[in-house]
Design a protein around this ligand. Sequence first.
Ligand SMILES: Nc1ncnc2c1ncn2[C@@H]1O[C@H](COP(=O)(O)OP(=O)(O)O)[C@@H](O)[C@H]1O
Ligand SMILES: [Mg+2]
Length: 419
Amino acid sequence: MTEASMDNFHIKFEYRFSRDADKHSEALAIRHSLAKAYAQKHEDKNSGVFIIRSFELYPVPRAGNSGSEVFYLDIYHQDQEQPNRFIAKFQNVYETKKEHLSSLRAKRAKMCSDVEIEVDVNNDLGMIVCDLAKVANHCEYRVFFLELANSDEHCANALCSVLSNVGNQPNNKGERKSFVSDYEWYVDRKSQPLKRLETLVCSGDDSQGVSLLAQGVKKHYDRIVADFDHKVLPYLVHGDLHARNLMVNSRNAAETELIDFGWVHDGHPAKDFVLMEATIKYQLFKELLKEIRPDKAENQHIPVDFFEKFERYMCVKGMWLPAFEEYKESEDIGQHLRQDQIEAVRRVYVCVAQIRKQARVVLNQYISLAGSGKYSPEQHYFAGLFLVVLGLSAMPEMDMIWTLIALNKIGDQIWHSPI
Ligand SMILES: Nc1ncnc2c1ncn2[C@@H]1O[C@H](COP(=O)(O)OP(=O)(O)O)[C@@H](O)[C@H]1O
Ligand SMILES: [Mg+2]
């Protein structure tokens, strides 16, 4: 691209970076120069094939705040009506480089296509550009799950589709870390779940119940750290498989695609399964209860003792969750819940059952390949689930009481399962 054509080249940003006009212009200028640098390389790479006319960047609507700015990027070429569509993500240089390296790892494993990177060291800003998900009519799994018109079976099918490609790439050359250090990233979060747990353990008389629950969780955590004696045979994992990093064809649940490869690494193969289970049980479940009764805010809550029994059942049944009807009858859940709440429970249950069914197969294979019979697949799963849920527990979207109850039940189950 010549300097002259660079000057004609137009970038449209549909976003305000700050309410302050000067700060906004400054932020815009930094991003403009990254986009220009990218355009230059993009054109040089395709030299003679096309000339870029303009860029348009529209923010991706976000649920929650993850610290990165993600945009849909439309690139218009000269003599071409329709733009080429990409995703552009801005974050600091460290995060950008880290994500780029993990994405290259994912690319080598054929999990994603090319990922381009630009960095502006002086302003500590980087940009990653990747292809838009290829699955037609894609939406985030979270959106698909919360759409009441979709059936529970379709929600489970989408998980089945993505999980059939997960947890089956061992890396025999990788270093074998201890189980706890392999999950360290998940526990050692910005939200400081361990510090919060300590605070709850020490909380005063008014919250005696909470303090007791927290003490139980702390005991389980300490026991895992001291006793869960397993060296992980590393497998390729996505590492951040939650409901917003899975795209699904909204008209055909069997077509799915993973996105966001910043956490791809070699580690324990239960990770992708347990993170998805945690997201469904402790985040989407609440959202679904609201979705079903949007008009009646006071009806969103389900009794804590129901939740406790639900979690206990899911723990005791381990990797073999019976059909929902069997659960419903045996626990007589109609006594505690209204019909619409039962519908939400059904969706969650069916999806978790699907996740565990596939995790069972993966973990059985894992144990035979890792040559480690000390712990059962169920123990591997629940120990991973415990650490991941503990890691998520201090996030604002998690319900404190639910997670404390769940962590106690999951912790109990790790040591009660048959070896
Ligand atoms: N390749 C992609 N195709 C379609 N949508 C995407 C793609 N990458 C990101 N998105 C959208 O942007 C959101 C945030 O992007 P993501 O890479 O997951 O950022 P973060 O690291 O902040 O979670 C995703 O949840 C999704 O809705
Ligand atoms: Mg993401």
